[in-house]
Design a binder for this molecule. Structure first.
Ligand SMILES: Nc1ncnc2c1ncn2[C@@H]1O[C@H](COP(=O)(O)OP(=O)(O)O)[C@@H](O)[C@H]1O
Ligand SMILES: N[C@@H](CC(=O)OP(=O)(O)O)C(=O)O
Length: 451
């Protein structure tokens, strides 16, 4: 091993036996990859979330059967699955009893306990897949390593404790030359209860472990060969980006490019750890390196799309020439743990979209009745849904003449409900009707990247 890399394989990469086998081969081929972080097999977390939110007996049995099918489709391909299938059966039985409890009364702690089982199962099976390829690996329960607070559903890591745990448990294993397989997405709070870092959080886990281990890089293996100029599912003509900066990648991730979880960039930025994104299905296709200051820095880098946005318009005549109204509104939002994404103001009203990035694992609705009631006490509240945020990511966007003309000219036939421009050098956000969002992205992509 000339240096240490932490690799993360996402849900699509561990969805079935051939996909897991391809991941195992990538690990075996790279002697520097000594820590492997896995997500749950694709679809598993969604089912576990549905179970955790509580459901009727019949629906529950159906979900439990689906989980069993996903995991057994992989197990059945193993030559010798006896030992591991007993473990998986035990976890499936656990899921059954926890989901029965959830159908009677759900709780954030129970939800996290339940949905952590997906990563537990995928990692156990992966160790067996490696073993059948004559590679021994050590399974580690990541809850011994990643310490978090008790904010179930979106727990924040305790960096100092995590560092200590890794120094005591993980580093000795690596120093002995062992290959470690562990779970993304989950951690443990000071009470010893399981927590989750929010949906898509396995990338974040990998970056955290890379940071505490002082790894040279984080390798995110997914189902696309890198970060593209936009989601290739929306625009097949999207092009792979070879290198991009942490700042650009953070904007992309925040504004909806699912390929990277936004929090992943935190440890990477503060410890300057390069992040690579590549395809586990086609590792030879190359990928994207995200680093601190790659050159060149194009004006237009990419377009991100975040669907399902909520626009809050808050208006009050008492805002006229008054002080403290905005402070009041933001205090209420902060009390309800709502962070704001984009904002515009006029003399008597403010419009804002809510930040759904890394929302709680349970997918709970952010606009609670309590929040709306409190806001209504200080202003008129209007809630609009069915909107999508299209974010143009680039460099020096706010000091480049002609950018706005090009954007608005390209999408002149579509109504733009709100614009956020000028706060960041790296983005311009447009809020459009969801039914037009794909077309808006396609038109902008054709204008900015296909000429
Ligand atoms: N700009 C982008 N570049 C690449 N992929 C993107 C982009 N925006 C969205 N995606 C989507 O992100 C998906 C990968 O993320 P995800 O499904 O969470 O993977 P994983 O299962 O590996 O965690 C891709 O299949 C792609 O459709
Ligand atoms: N399994 C978790 C964590 C995760 O990161 O998944 P993925 O890598 O498949 O996005 C989720 O679905 O949210």
């Amino acid at each position: 091993m000339s240096h240490l890399s932490v690799a993360k394989f996402g849900g699509t990469s561990v969805a079935n036996f051939p996909a897991m086998n391809a991941c195992a081969k990538i690990v075996i081929a790279d002697p520097n990859t000594r820590v492997v972080v896995l997500s749950a097999s694709a679809g598993v977390t969604n089912i576990l979330v549905a179970l955790a939110n509580g459901c009727e007996t019949e629906q529950r049995s159906q979900y439990l059967a689906e989980l069993r099918t996903i995991q057994y489709n992989i197990l059945d391909e193993l030559k010798n699955n006896k030992v591991i299938s007993e473990e998986i059966d035990r976890l499936l039985a656990n899921i059954a009893s926890l989901s029965e409890a959830a159908s009677l009364a759900t709780s954030p702690a129970l939800t996290d306990e339940l949905i952590s089982h997906g990563e537990m199962m995928s990692t156990l099976i992966f160790v067996e897949v490696l073993r059948e390829l004559q590679t021994n690996a050590t399974w580690v329960d990541v809850r011994q390593l990643v310490a978090t607070n008790s904010n179930y559903g979106k727990a924040a890591p305790d960096d100092a404790k995590t560092q200590k745990n890794c120094d005591n448990i993980l580093k000795p294993l690596i120093n002995r030359g062992e290959l470690v397989i562990t779970q993304g997405f989950i951690g443990r709070d000071p009470k010893g209860k399981t927590t989750t870092l929010g949906r898509g959080g396995s990338d974040y886990s990998a970056a955290l472990l890379a940071e505490v281990l002082d790894a040279k890089d984080v390798l995110i293996w997914t189902d696309v060969p890198g970060i593209y100029t936009t989601d290739p599912r929306v625009v097949p003509a999207a092009q792979k980006i070879d290198t991009m900066s942490f700042a650009e990648a953070a904007e992309m991730a925040t504004f909806g490019a699912k390929v990277l979880h936004p929090a992943t960039l935190l440890p990477a930025v503060r410890s300057n750890i390069p992040v690579y994104v590549g395809s586990s299905k086609d590792p030879a296709a190359g990928g994207t390196w995200v680093t601190r200051d790659p050159q060149p820095r194009p004006i237009f880098r990419a377009i991100a799309l975040r669907r399902d946005q909520t626009l809050l318009t808050l208006s009050s005549l008492s805002m006229l020439h008054a002080q403290g109204f905005l402070a009041n509104v933001f205090n209420i939002l902060a009390k309800h743990k709502i962070s704001v994404d984009t904002i515009t103001t006029s003399e008597v009203s403010i419009a804002l979209t809510l930040d759904k990035t890394g929302s709680a694992s349970s997918g709970a609705n952010m606009l609670s009745n309590e929040l709306l009631t409190e806001l209504s006490e200080v202003c008129n509240v209007k809630v609009d849904t069915g909107l999508s945020l299209v974010a143009l990511i680039g460099n020096d966007l706010h000091i480049t003449a002609g950018v706005a003309k090009r954007l608005f000219g390209t999408i002149e036939h579509y109504n733009v409900r709100m614009v956020s421009y000028g706060a960041s050098t790296n983005n311009i956000c447009l809020l459009v009707q969801s039914q037009h969002a794909d077309e808006v992205v396609r038109l902008l992509h054709a204008e900015l990247f296909e000429k």
